[in-house]
Design a binder for this molecule. Structure first.
Ligand SMILES: C[S@@+](CC[C@H](N)C(=O)[O-])C[C@H]1O[C@@H](n2cnc3c(N)ncnc32)[C@H](O)[C@@H]1O
Length: 222
């Protein structure tokens, strides 16, 4: 079974609110601050615009935030349990959303030039090696010519000694059980990686945390 599917089955059984578990309230608050900033900077289009969250999980984070503000929300996640959970959650909250199980590296079921906003729900840092280029190519294909893509990702070196000892700084991989688990590149490399896939970076927000930093990189298709 896929590790994300396994994790969502556990989270649901344990009555968690979302992927972040006990950290949900803090994560949700932090996301709200960033999305408000993007609204204030006019980086996000007005409500009613189409919004796709990559790695939407159970929909409790940016999908819910944007649906509550009147955006036309869709979400994709690799875990079927997360997708069913997102559908249930939206039904209970009386919100509209379309949730589809799929891999962000191959989104053939989604039509080109369809979304005003594509928001990475902290999924990009879960991708390793070639997967990252495939995902960026899919974002480039799916975003409307005047649309915006937002990459929300772990960045820089882990700060606590436990994670630092599992960090492969040659490949920017945080390792778990001997396998690459997360990619944490420095900001400049992230921006370069995104730019070469046909985007112009218009704004980068950096959130400093005691464990690792988190970047929100906003870009327009060229
Ligand atoms: C850090 S979690 C964040 C989930 C959700 N956005 C949230 O904030 O609660 C990353 C999400 O990406 C999903 N994911 C990881 N790799 C994926 C892939 N290749 N395709 C689609 N979803 C993926 C995981 O299932 C997980 O829901």
């Amino acid at each position: 079974m896929n590790i994300y599917e396994e994790q969502y089955q556990l989270l649901k059984q344990n009555g968690a609110q979302a992927w972040a578990g006990e950290g949900y309230k803090r994560a949700h608050q932090q996301l709200g601050v960033i999305l408000q900033e993007l609204e204030q900077r006019n980086i996000l289009p007005s409500p009613g615009a189409s919004f796709l969250e990559l790695g939407c999980g159970n929909g409790a984070m940016s999908s819910q935030y944007m649906a509550e503000r009147g955006y036309e929300v869709s979400g994709v996640d690799i875990s079927q349990t997360a997708i069913e959970w997102a559908k249930e959650r939206f039904l209970t909250l009386g919100l509209k959303g379309i949730f589809i199980q799929g891999d962000v590296c191959n989104l053939q079921q989604f039509k080109a030039d369809s979304y005003d906003v594509i928001f990475d729900g902290s999924c990009f840092h879960c991708l390793i090696g070639k997967q990252r280029e495939l995902c960026l190519a899919e974002i480039r294909r799916l975003v409307k010519p005047e649309g915006i893509a937002v990459i929300s990702t772990m960045t820089g070196k882990p700060k606590d000694p436990e994670n630092l000892k599992d960090f492969d700084s040659d490949n920017y991989h945080l390792m778990r059980n001997g396998q690459p688990w997360r990619t944490l590149k420095p900001i400049t490399l992230l921006e370069e990686e995104i730019s070469v896939q046909g985007f112009s970076i218009i704004y980068t927000h950096l959130n400093h945390n005691p464990w690792w930093d988190h970047a929100t990189i906003c870009c327009k298709p060229n």
